[in-house]
Design a protein around this ligand. Sequence first.
Ligand code: ADP
Ligand code: ADP
Length: 232
Amino acid sequence: MTEIAIKNVFKEYNRNPILERVNVTLPDHEFCLILGSSGAGKSTLLRMLLSQETPSRGEILIDGEPIDVEPQADRGVVFQRYSVFPHKTVLDNVLAGPSFRESRFFGRLFGNRKAKLRDRAMELLDQVGLSDAADKYPVQLSGGMQQRLAIAQALIMEPKVLLLDEPFGALDQSTKKSMHKLILDLWNANKMTIVMVTHDIQEAFTLGTRVLMVDKQRRDPQAPEAYGSTIV
Ligand code: ADP
Ligand code: ADP
């Protein structure tokens, strides 16, 4: 069971309020879409869930525990692009998944079980439809295939939470559709909680179980910049 609780979170950059009073509880196995205009603070919220940023105020709990300031293996992430290593093969990319964040975990969990980890990586490549491409390099893959690889990479540590920042934003409509099917299948198979940022309204309302709108508060129309965004 994985519950995420965002409690009264504020985030400022150089005293500029970006997010204000964000209060959300995401129950176990939620597939939550975060929708909002450009600059609203969606990525900032996601980076706080990833421990890449800390809230200026408030706290974020996973299963009742404050999330560590250190990145953890319990969260996988996929960005719109540049999630994979160009100089590594497809298989090595999956194996290297978490090492850019916290190699200690990698060693602790899999130190003596390299073969098992490799089996798991091949299984994931199969699930995302890339088993025949294990020895290729990312440049030899289409954009959709690269995102499939990024998803496999994010899942190697079997994270409880998968964070996606506009993962399909650069893909054409038909590729996007097949990615939607893939992510729903993986979500059902792996029982994880997903939080996905998008600015595609149709995507937000057809995928997943819940939509959170992040938008500016409009308390003073004369000075909208004085306020951060919140969940509306
Ligand atoms: P979105 O993902 O909704 O497009 P972001 O979370 O990327 O929005 O950014 C929200 C606002 O915070 C923007 O005005 C952006 O310029 C600002 N911002 C984001 N990261 C930083 C940072 N590290 N330092 C200063 N300002 C930032
Ligand atoms: P996204 O495309 O996901 O919204 P951005 O391109 O806005 O992300 O931001 C990419 C990186 O640049 C982030 O690490 C963010 O913290 C940083 N950044 C964004 N806006 C600013 C800003 N105004 N000042 C400093 N850093 C920023």
